[in-house]
Design a protein around this ligand. Structure first.
Ligand code: AKB
Length: 318
């Protein structure tokens, strides 16, 4: 298949490019920045700005992808520092990608990376035992969340009005053997990285904080399984997906058990703590399970064993 990934230099994009290439697809990345080390040479790399319609249209019309994974976005923490930049990249970028897909002769499927940041005020209280569902009020408190709710709705509009095949997942915080950037959920991965390379980490949220989290191999599988699902099986376009929801202290415990002598302390940063507190502790992903068989495979322990091994290897070479 011919597959385009916008924002392919980011945390999810980099790993997805490698996976799609390994699976034998013809893959093109569209990103502002230059090629990420480790991405195979025959993944085509186009440098361009998702905010510029001409650059997006030229890229899509010329490559004629069958699937577009749209990831280009500013995340929650960066979005609160640069709300106008976040609005521009996330809103105009999504509209440009949807419009390019609508106009392209190949009418590619668009797979959208949404997020737990679409949730915010007026969630059910107490939080339901099996996590918040897909259809609770979406009243985010961050610019990132606002733009992702708008992206979900815009994609659904393109589907209804013009028959575009639009689908997506609401990602939890994602963890992989890579370097995160700009997210509020980054504390979890940074605890492992800084714990291994410096022997210490000061966590920017309190020890009892907990949000949905997921290990990258599960996240990649969710994307490719959703993309492959027959359209007739999908009763909606956007799905919650969950895996586990440890507290920050649970993460610290998992790191301490695998990195001898590591020192982890907690000092909440009010801005990022408030963002995190606005998100649910867990999501209910029954619809994804019913419609396309979604089920996470990794637990905190299974992930931590693999992650520590991979990070130790990665950090040796830096
Ligand atoms: C962030 O923290 O902003 C992201 C997300 C949960 O979407 N990782």
């Amino acid at each position: 298949m011919r597959i385009l990934v916008t924002g392919g230099a980011g945390q999810v994009g980099t790993d997805l490019l490698k996976r799609l290439h390994a699976d034998g697809h013809a893959v093109r990345c569209f990103d502002l920045v230059r090629r990420t080390p480790g991405v195979p040479d025959d993944v085509e790399w186009i440098r361009g700005d998702v905010v510029n319609p001409a650059e997006v249209f030229d890229c899509v019309f010329e490559f004629a992808p069958e699937v577009i994974y749209h990831f280009a976005a500013l995340l929650s923490a960066t979005g609160e520092k640069r709300p106008h930049g976040c609005y521009t990249v996330n809103m105009h970028g999504t509209r440009n990608v949807l419009e390019a897909a609508r106009l392209a002769k190949t009418t590619p499927q668009v797979v959208f990376a949404s997020t737990i940041a679409v949730f915010g005020n007026n969630l059910p209280t107490p939080e339901p035992e099996h996590g918040v569902g897909d259809d609770v009020p979406l009243q985010p408190t961050t610019m990132y969340g606002v733009t992702k709710v708008a992206g979900e709705l815009l994609g659904a509009y393109y589907q209804k009005k013009w028959g575009l095949d639009f689908r997506g997942v609401r990602f939890p915080g994602l963890i992989n053997a890579g370097i995160p950037g700009g997210g509020t959920s980054d504390y979890a991965l940074l605890m492992y990285i800084d714990g291994i390379r410096y022997g210490r980490y000061e966590c920017f949220v309190g020890e009892n904080s907990a949000i949905p989290m997921m290990y990258m191999p599960d996240a990649l599988r969710a994307l490719t399984e959703l993309s492959a699902a027959p359209r007739k099986n999908l009763r909606r376009s956007i799905y919650n997906i969950g895996a586990f929801s440890p507290t920050a202290e649970d993460f610290a415990h998992a790191v301490r058990a695998r990195v001898p002598g590591v020192e982890i302390t907690f000092k909440a940063d009010p801005v990022r703590q408030a963002i995190l507190d606005s998100w649910p502790r867990a999501v209910n992903d029954q619809n994804a399970n019913d419609d396309w068989g979604w089920k996470a495979e990794y637990t905190l322990d299974k992930m931590s064993d693999e992650l520590v091994r991979d990070l130790q290897e990665m950090l040796k070479h830096q």
